[in-house]
Design a protein around this ligand. Sequence first.
Ligand SMILES: [Zn+2]
Length: 373
Amino acid sequence: MQHAPLIDHHCHGVVTKELDRTGLEALMSESYLPPPTGTHQFQKPLGLAIRRHCSALLDLEPLASADDYVARRTALGSREVSRRLLVAGGVATHLIDTGHRSGEISTPEEFAALSGHAVREVVRIESVAEEVAASGVSAAEFPARFEEELRRRSRDAVGFKSVVAYRTTFRIEQTAPARSEVIEATGRWLAASEGRRPRLADAVIIRHGLWAAAGIARERRMPIQLHVGFGDPDVYMHACDPTHFTDFMRFMEAWGVPITLLHNYPFVREAGWLAEIFQNVYYDVGAILNFTGASSTRVMRDALEMGPYSKQLFSSDAFGLPELHYLGVVLFRRALSQVLDEWLRAGDCGTRDVEEISHAIGHGNAARIYGLA
Ligand SMILES: [Zn+2]
């Protein structure tokens, strides 16, 4: 089967400075802390997947040892490793979230130059709020300045992203807050973050950001991405079940704003169900295929269990390491084709269906909702 071109609808830049083993391993985990003494990050499915699939691109035998892999990576240097892995991934277009640790990773321009692929930007709502708060704005000026900045920053972007689940969980009020409430909450936030970089975790201000972005997204027909489940360690996982955010999805359905649910682990079935029920809900299992490695086909099987294939999207959610970009592609293609082969062999679909499903999930759905050619 010929591979359809891919749109990676949610990913981040790569680290361009040289990485030692500690730096490399830190980017193989979403944890804040290193693994316990005497253990390392290659001792899990992601580590095996890197050794199996990335070694050959670094001129090593598949499943080269972690020590050999790190030594070869160091000898080649970060830029060369990034170039090899990003080019080999062969993604047509990357939609890059520029709001997470942006000082440590490549800019979209650097990323496009390294990979030779097209790049578009997704604006992270909470990062814009934090930048506006740090600019010396007063609480009374904040709501309007924040909206203005969202509008300005998203002019050439293709979507917004929110990390509301990380910051407050999904178990919050989901209506638009009154301006007076936003000003009051901002006053408290600015006073509490005096002298430090303000980190937004206030539900009222985050709701204001979501609704302000939604207004812009409605005008410009852009999706809002919502982080779900697996990700940073600052989550209370049980409260990051996306079904807690049903009211907001329903409001956005009335506005015609697509909501794309990212990662969704371990709520893959919930995400598939939401996509089945709501006209405007889309979902992916990005990042999860990388972290489940050898078992990633099972995750894809769950993702395809009920969700319409006109609603599923491809993403790597790679951050920092080009290995994660490359694996995102390899494991996605493998998992999808293994599940569709099973369906084909069972007579549950035909070869034309397999092509249609692969194209829709890998490219067509994202092209349609993000307005990409
Ligand atoms: Zn991400």
